[in-house]
Write a protein that binds this ligand. Structure first.
Ligand code: 6GU
Length: 226
């Protein structure tokens, strides 16, 4: 998979891709990520990428020309499966969406800023709009990093058996069961006996029950959805 990310703050989004699983996914050649600085496509001499909002009101709007020039340039080199705009009024990201996007070859992600982007960009270029939840962030960069992380870790080969995505919370609409490591007794707080029993079948059954119970008590909405 290849991901191009258009941003006015490349430094803000760089770090998540330079560590841990996302770093290894790139080293393994399973994904490549390219950050494009929107300011390189500014069209006036001041390199502006935002302007006042028509009709008045507080807040700046991201201008159409720099974004259009940037996307046109990228599209001349790559055929994108989706051109995604990160915005609080988009579809709320969930695991099912992450699964779907993880099967694509080329994704372009546009990070919004200020009051938003000129609406015509959405009309002309954007094929999907994604939010990461019902709260407002200062810009789309952190949301884009969250989105990319959720997608990249699902690309086959990125995770090994130990970190298998199959047992993740939400993968089967269940929260993950509790986990423990040594010591078996911490100041009287003990690890459940079954986990020390060595009975693989019993352990699996216990984990499944715990996952169900945890989902029922913390997120009953997940069970009701189906
Ligand atoms: Cl994608 N962008 C911004 N600015 N805020 C958000 C968001 C995106 N998703 C949730 N809040």
């Amino acid at each position: 998979m290849h991901i191009d990310i258009i941003t006015v703050l490349p430094e803000l989004i760089q770090s998540p891709f330079e560590h841990s699983i996302l770093k290894r996914a790139q080293q393994k050649g399973l994904v490549s990520v390219n950050l494009i600085n929107l300011r390189d496509y500014a069209t006036n001499k001041h390199k502006n990428i935002d302007d006042y909002c028509y009709g008045g009101g507080a807040g700046m709007v991201m201008m159409i020309e720099p974004i259009a020039n940037c996307i046109d340039d990228l599209k001349s080199k790559t055929v994108y499966d989706e051109i995604i705009y990160m915005t609080p009024d988009g579809d709320t990201l969930n695991q099912k969406m992450a699964n779907t996007y993880s099967t694509l070859n080329n994704i372009l992600v546009l990070c919004g800023h200020y009051k938003g982007i000129d609406e015509r960009i959405r009309e002309i270029y954007i094929t999907k709009e994604i939010s990461i939840g019902d709260y407002v962030l200062s810009g789309g960069e952190l949301a884009a990093a969250v989105f990319c992380d959720s997608v990249i870790r699902l690309i086959p080969g990125v995770l090994n058996d130990e970190t298998s995505a199959l047992s993740d919370s939400f993968q089967d609409d269940l929260l993950s069961p509790p986990v423990y490591t040594r010591p078996a007794d911490f100041k009287g707080y003990k690890v459940p006996d079954v986990l020390l029993s060595g009975h693989a079948g019993e352990i699996e059954k216990w984990r499944f029950e715990q996952a169900i119970n945890r989902t029922k008590s913390k997120r009953p909405d997940l069970l009701k959805e189906n």
